[in-house]
Design a protein. Structure first.
Length: 397
C-alpha cells in the first residue's frame, strides 16, 4: 500500500460525486447536481466574441499568464465587482481556477492540522473537502431561515481554542437555499468584530436573485466593509457564464493576498489564459449583464415549477421554504428519518437528489435532502417530484 499523508488518508469520495454516476443514467431525473443547465450556456455569443478578437489576444490566450490573472480581466472584473459596491481598490483581486481553488488556497493559508475552523451546518461540500484536505477540525454552526445562528456562533467564538476563520455562503446558500437577512448579517458583523477571526464570504450565487427587492439582503458583507474584520470574498464565473471555464476570484486584504498568490503559484502557476480572455470579452461586451438577466428568469421559472409540484405532492410534515434565488431547495424531514433510505427508493422510481448528511460537517444528520431545480425543465420537474414525494411517504408514512 502506498504511504499516503495523514491529511489525504481521511479524504473520501463525496456522496455527490458518487451519485453523479447514477445521475448520468439517461432514464433518471436528476435533482442532484448543482450544475447550470447545458441549454442555457451562451455558446453562440462566446463563439462570436472569440471570432472578433485581435490575433495578438488570441495568441496570448494560448500562452501562460501572470499568477494573479490577465491584467485585462482583472480590470474588467473590477468594474463588474464595483457595481456590487465591493471595495476593490482597498483590497487585492486574484483570479483563481474556479472559486473552489480560492477556498482551497484560503484553507492552505490559514489551517494547520487539527486546528478548528467554523463552517455552517449544513455547508457547501466543496468547502468541507477543501478544509478537510488540510486536516481542519470542522465546527458546524447551524443555519436557520434567516442565516447562521448567532447564539451558537458566539459560543464557538468564546471557546478557548480559537477558530482560524469562519466560512459562510449567505446568498442562496448551497445546500439550504437561504438568503441571509440584513439583520442577521449585522449581528454576524457585531459577533466577529474584535475577535481576529477572518470571514470567508462565498458569493457564488448572489447574481441569481429572483426579486429585485432583495437588493439590501444581497449586499455583500465585504461591500458593507465593516471595521476590524478581515473579509476574504470569493466569487465565480461558473453560474454566470459556465463552470467549464474554471474561473473564479478572491478579493482579499493586501496582507492576506501575498500569501495566497504564493500558494497559487505553487498550485498551477496561473488560471487558464484561454478562458480568461473569453470571460474578459464577455464582460467588456456588456453581454454578461443581459445573459445573467436571462438565466435569472429561467431559474425563477424552474424554481416556481418545483415549488408548485412540492405544494401539490409533499406531505405536510416536510418543512421547506420557497427559494428567492440560486439553485437549491432544502427539505427537512421528521426527526430520525434516514434520507438515504428515501433516495434509494427514489432512484428505483427514476429520480435522484442529495441526502442531508453529505453537507453535515460531521457527516451524521440525515433527516434532510437537497433538491436542485437548475438543470431541469419544468416538465422534468413535474415528472420527477411525485417520485421523490412517493419515496418520502413510503419511508415516513
Ligand atoms: C457555494 C459554492 N461555492 C463555490 C463553488 C465552486 O464553484 P467553482 O469552483 O465552479 O467556481 C460552488 C459550486 O457549486 C458552490 O456551490
Amino acid at each position: 500500500m502506498p504511504r499516503f499523508s495523514k491529511a489525504v488518508s481521511s479524504l473520501r469520495s463525496s456522496e455527490i460525486r458518487d451519485l453523479m454516476t447514477l445521475a448520468s443514467r439517461p432514464d433518471i431525473i436528476s435533482f442532484a447536481g448543482g450544475m447550470p443547465g447545458n441549454d442555457l450556456f451562451p455558446v453562440k455569443e462566446v463563439e462570436e466574441l472569440y471570432r472578433e478578437l485581435d490575433i495578438k489576444i488570441k495568441q496570448a490566450a494560448f500562452q501562460y499568464g501572470p499568477t494573479p490573472g490577465l491584467p485585462s480581466l482583472l480590470e474588467s472584473l473590477q468594474g463588474f465587482l464595483e457595481k456590487k459596491g465591493l471595495p476593490v481598490h482597498e483590497n487585492r483581486l486574484l483570479i483563481t481556477t474556479g472559486s473552489q481553488q480560492a477556498l482551497n488556497i484560503l484553507g492552505k493559508a490559514f489551517i494547520d492540522p487539527r486546528e478548528p475552523v467554523l463552517v455552517e451546518n449544513p455547508c457547501f461540500i466543496g468547502a468541507l473537502s477543501a478544509f478537510r484536505s488540510y486536516d481542519a477540525e470542522l465546527r458546524g454552526v447551524p443555519v436557520d431561515v434567516e442565516g447562521i445562528s448567532i447564539d451558537v456562533l458566539r459560543q464557538e467564538i468564546d471557546r478557548k481554542e480559537k477558530a482560524k476563520f469562519l466560512y459562510i455562503t449567505p446568498y442562496f446558500h448551497n445546500p439550504a437555499g437561504v438568503l441571509y437577512t440584513t439583520e442577521r448579517k449585522q449581528q454576524l458583523i457585531a459577533a466577529l468584530q474584535g475577535t481576529n477571526i477572518p470571514l470567508i464570504e462565498d458569493d457564488a450565487y448572489g447574481d441569481l436573485y429572483f426579486y429585485k427587492e432583495d437588493a439590501d439582503r444581497l449586499k455583500p458583507i465585504k461591500a458593507i466593509n465593516p471595521e476590524g474584520i478581515n473579509i476574504c470574498y470569493t466569487g465565480s464565473f461558473s453560474k454566470i457564464l459556465g463552470p467549464g471555464l474554471r474561473l473564479g476570484w478572491m478579493l482579499v486584504p493586501e496582507k492576506i493576498y501575498g500569501k495566497c498568490e504564493l500558494i497559487k503559484q505553487s498550485a498551477d502557476a496561473c488560471s487558464p489564459s484561454f478562458t480568461q480572455v473569453l470571460a474578459d470579452a464577455f464582460i467588456r461586451s456588456g453581454q454578461i449583464y443581459s445573459y445573467i438577466d436571462g438565466v435569472r428568469q429561467e431559474y425563477k421559472k424552474r424554481a416556481s415549477a418545483m415549488v408548485a409540484a412540492l405544494r401539490e405532492y409533499l406531505p405536510d410534515y416536510v418543512q421547506w421554504s420557497e427559494p428567492r434565488g440560486g439553485f437549491y431547495l432544502w427539505l427537512t424531514l421528521p426527526e430520525g428519518t434516514d434520507a438515504t433510505r428515501i433516495v434509494t427508493l427514489a432512484i428505483e422510481g427514476g429520480a435522484v437528489f442529495v441526502v442531508g448528511k453529505t453537507f453535515d460537517p460531521e457527516g451524521r444528520q440525515n433527516n434532510s435532502l437537497r433538491l436542485s431545480y437548475c438543470n431541469n425543465t419544468p416538465e422534468q420537474i413535474a415528472e420527477g417530484i411525485p417520485i421523490v414525494a412517493n419515496a418520502i411517504r413510503t419511508i415516513c408514512g
